[in-house]
Design a protein around this ligand. Structure first.
Ligand code: ASP
Ligand code: MG
Length: 410
């Protein structure tokens, strides 16, 4: 008998029929002797619809109230799934985030989980019930409803698996695993049987939308075996595992495991800021204080006592970041602030990169051959990212996928 946490995404619970299908699957798992905890997302499109309602009133809804609104999406699906389970004679109980007491910090719209009370869920499991938990939501110390950011149900799943010491966390979605890149962009993209946490983390941070990045961080940190599978297709999916486990199985390390991309970025530049200690802090400090995540950062070599400073943020945060930057620019006596929200980022990811030189130069060569101008470059040990004009995104990804032969099994 295993304790398994499964998470079903919005498409998997997008209609009543699909919710009933999930109920059937869960009963199958339970009949095979497993204890089941299920995390569900809102029905597909629901979170967007709710955001649309709020934005129909004001472009910047109050974050606390937005969370009260968004949390309703998942509350609908937990109840419907339990109703479907009970109809089939299977005891089940639903929990909202605050009923579990998934304690988070108070950063509305992107809260972080701090603690989970497992006792009530464990008691339900021991009594033979299926436990159904609303994804994406929690409660802060003061009892305010919080949400975990888009895709946050993945993190709920992983966090519950960690808290309950589950044997595996299975993320059911509409794709059958993690691919070398998005198959909608490159039809030759291939499903990976395994990928390391490190690579998955880089893929997620670089824009691969299969899993929310925090869920991968959380799983890596707490040693939660994580598997991505399809709700609609049988299969083993993709196991996200440790490098040591791959080595133990003597798996060949691919040079490049995948290509991630992200068109949700925007870049901001502050030109002609005084080149002196503390400048990076005075630019990025207020951005961080506004809870805006910064991705790439580039500071140019100083000339004549001034320098230029460029960074990227999520496109949704562009206007706010621009306001902050303009403010700082006048305070610091900078020459100018410029921005571009029609950019995209392409990233090559692979642990094999560590022991192979020449990946970056090959990447640049491939892009040059397609006449794609590179606007920014950043690298880590196992990732190389470039920012290009958004209109070249697909072309760049296809060319790189082919050049690095990702369509062929390693
Ligand atoms: N329903 C939320 C969203 O669409 C959370 C999730 O599905 O993971 O982002
Ligand atoms: Mg998702």
């Amino acid at each position: 008998m295993a304790l398994i946490v499964q998470k079903y995404g919005g498409t998997s619970v997008g209609t009543l029929e699909r919710i009933e299908n999930v109920a059937e699957k869960l009963i199958g798992w339970r009949e095979r002797g497993h204890q089941m905890v299920v995390v569900v997302s809102a029905m597909s499109g629901e979170t967007d619809r709710l955001i649309g309602l709020a934005k129909g009133i004001t472009p910047r809804p109050n974050p606390r109230e937005l969370d009260v609104l968004l949390a309703t999406g998942e509350q609908v699906t937990i109840a419907l799934l339990c109703i479907a389970l009970e109809k089939r004679g299977c005891p089940a109980r639903s929990y909202t985030g605050s009923q579990v007491r998934i304690l988070t910090d108070n950063a509305f719209n992107k809260a972080r989980i701090q603690a989970i009370e497992a006792a009530a869920m464990q008691a339900d499991l021991d009594a033979g019930r299926i436990v159904v938990v609303a994804g994406f939501q929690g409660v802060d110390e003061d009892g305010n409803i919080t949400t975990l950011g888009r895709g946050g149900s993945d993190t709920t799943g992983v966090a519950l698996a960690a808290a309950l010491k589950a044997d595996e966390c299975q993320i059911y979605t509409d794709v059958d695993g993690v691919y070398t890149t998005d198959p909608r962009v490159v039809s030759e993209a291939r499903r990976l049987d395994r990928i390391t946490f490190e690579e998955m983390l880089e893929m997620a941070s670089a824009g691969s939308k299969v899993l929310q990045i925090r869920s991968v961080e959380f799983a890596g940190k707490h040693n939660v075996p994580l598997r991505v599978l399809s709700t609609f297709q049988e299969g083993q999916g993709t196991l996200i595992t440790f490098e040591e486990a791959l080595e133990a199985e003597q798996m060949e390390k691919a040079l490049i495991s995948g290509i991630a991309f992200n068109r949700d970025e925007a870049k901001l530049t502050i030109l002609g800021v005084p080149d002196r200690p503390g400048i990076a802090y005075s630019i990025l400090g207020p951005v961080a204080d506004a809870n805006i995540e910064v991705d790439m950062i580039i500071q140019n070599i100083g000339r004549d006592g001034t320098t230029d400073f460029t960074f990227t943020v999520h496109r949704n945060d562009y206007e706010r970041a621009l306001d902050i930057l303009r403010d700082q620019a006048s305070r610091l006596g900078a020459r100018e602030v410029a921005g571009d929200n029609k950019i995209a980022k392409i990233s090559l990811v692979g642990i094999g990169m560590r022991s192979h030189a020449g990946v970056a130069s090959k990447m640049f060569q491939v892009l040059a051959k397609e006449s794609i101008n590179i606007r920014m470059i950043s690298t880590s040990e196992i990732k190389i990212s470039v920012v290009v004009d958004e209109k070249y995104l697909e072309l760049g990804v296809r060319a790189l996928h082919e050049a690095f032969e990702l369509d062929k099994a390693a």
